[in-house]
Design a protein around this ligand. Structure first.
Ligand SMILES: Cc1cc2nc3c(=O)[nH]c(=O)nc-3n(C[C@H](O)[C@H](O)[C@H](O)COP(=O)(O)OP(=O)(O)OC[C@H]3O[C@@H](n4cnc5c(N)ncnc54)[C@H](O)[C@@H]3O)c2cc1C
Length: 412
């Protein structure tokens, strides 16, 4: 089923398709499997990362940059095209069907940019956004701490104002992509006497500062994609505080909304590709006629279709000017739980081979072993499944709030 998004969008789709055909360099699509699902650091990630060093990719990146098609959803004065969400979804679909990559700027594009656009001043937007579009600034997210994940507002990292600077001291944990970043967006406590959610600030810091150190933390998939970081008196100008001092919680909520919502309307594309890979694996292994495997594959296919239709509903809402609300949590819960179950199904289809890792240095895994192991992380990062269920129950369904613990351990 295709959603009729009207003649303007049909024209936009035709234009963008023609643009991709004219500007995508020869051989780019063949360099890597650009649009299959690959978890960062996992199977296939190395090949895709290597392909981004290729001349054809560099040329594509330059073409996209010149056409304002990197961060195209951002306002024109900051390097984008001011594309609305429907056009962004169409753009993503067309890149996917042409087999060429969407050059994205990671957390800078998906998390920092939107937060600066909503809460920053004009001067901050002008200072921080173009450097994300150009690729000069690569951000990592300094929210979680050793004792603070779901209960983010309990964070302990301190920020002390010293003249026109803020000095930040503390430890962050599970920081994805820290080793590739030159900037970090940090939550720190700037008013220790204020109520828990007040007194927090959202600050952009230089992650290459000598007062920052970090070391990798290995995951069960074998990848060491995230790090623990030590901030030992890192200084940043007060200009880098987004949304005002002690107002960081509001900014963080905007960030998390974008993190959980992601691109809900085109999410199914990668999962659909992956589903057909698994169906092919089942055929190759001679188990595609097994009634249990057929039932599992039918379940998986129906889940991907549910994602697709739910994406179309989101898209239809956006086309009518409605902003997504708690759908962000529904989408996050749905894809992460689906993917965890799919990993289990895949390992079952691989049979005893699924238990044997390939030879090689480090901790190599097959594609499906990596899905099995790393999909578990999907139910933890960007807010655990339990937290998403709480949000859906309390904010979407308006059910009574779960009892919160009091200082003496009782519930209220
Ligand atoms: C692969 C990966 C990448 C990550 N990348 C980053 C990153 O780049 N930057 C960053 O800042 N963080 C990152 N994180 C951290 C992530 O945000 C936290 O792990 C997550 O918020 C959970 O926090 P926690 O690990 O402290 O678990 P906890 O909060 O201690 O939770 C432990 C268990 O208790 C449950 N629980 C907690 N509170 C409730 C409640 N109120 N109701 C019901 N159940 C509850 C949880 O669901 C979970 O099952 C990443 C995590 C992973 C796995």
């Amino acid at each position: 089923m295709e959603l009729d998004l009207g003649p303007e969008i049909a024209q936009f789709r035709a234009d963008i398709r023609a643009w991709i055909t004219t500007h995508a360099p020869d051989g780019l699509a063949e360099l890597a499997d650009w649009n299959t699902l690959i978890t960062t650091g996992g199977y296939g990630y190395g090949r895709r990362t290597a392909a981004t060093q290729h001349e054809a990719y560099r040329q594509w990146e330059a073409e996209l940059l010149a056409a304002r098609l990197i961060c195209p959803q951002w306002p024109e004065q900051f390097g984008g095209q001011g594309m609305d969400a429907v056009r962004v979804a169409v753009f993503n679909e067309e890149l996917d069907s042409a087999g060429v990559p969407r050059v994205n700027r990671g957390m800078g594009e998906s998390l920092v940019g939107p937060s600066v656009i909503v809460h920053g001043t004009d001067e901050q937007r002008a200072a921080f956004l173009p450097r994300i579009v150009s690729g000069e600034d690569v951000y990592c997210q300094g929210f979680s701490e050793p004792g603070t994940g779901s209960d983010l507002a309990g964070l302990q990292t301190k920020g002390v104002v010293d003249g026109d600077e803020i000095v930040i001291t503390g430890q962050k944990l599970w920081t994805s992509g820290a080793a590739r970043a030159n900037k970090m967006f940090v939550l720190c406590r700037t008013d220790p006497d204020a109520e828990k959610h007040a007194g927090i600030s959202f600050v952009l810091i230089d992650f290459t500062d000598p007062a920052v150190s970090y070391q990798p933390v290995r995951q069960m998939s074998g990848a060491a994609e995230f790090c623990e970081d030590f901030l030992d008196g890192v200084r940043a100008p007060l200009f880098n505080v987004i949304g005002g001092l002690n107002n960081g919680w509001r900014v963080a909520m905007t960030t998390l909304g974008y993190e959980r919502g992601g691109s809900a309307s085109t999410l199914h594309l990668g999962y659909e590709r992956e589903f057909w890979e698994l169906a092919q694996t089942a055929r190759k292994r001679g188990v595609s006629a097994d009634p249990l495997v057929r039932q599992q594959l039918a379940w998986a296919y129906s889940q991907v279709q549910l994602m697709r239709f739910s994406g179309l509903r989101t898209l239809a809402g956006l086309a009518e000017g409605r902003q997504p609300g708690p759908e962000a949590s529904i989408s996050k819960l749905f894809w992460s739980e689906y993917h965890k179950r799919l990993g289990e199904i895949a390992i079952g289809i691989e049979g005893t081979d699924g238990l044997i890792r390939p030879d090689g240095d480090g901790y190599p895994t097959t594609y499906w072993q990596n899905v099995f192991l790393s999909s578990r992380a999907g139910t933890i990062y960007s807010g655990t499944s339990e937290i998403q269920r709480n949000i859906i129950a309390e904010r979407a369904l308006k059910l009574p709030r779960e009892p919160r613990p009091t200082a003496n351990g009782a519930s209220r």
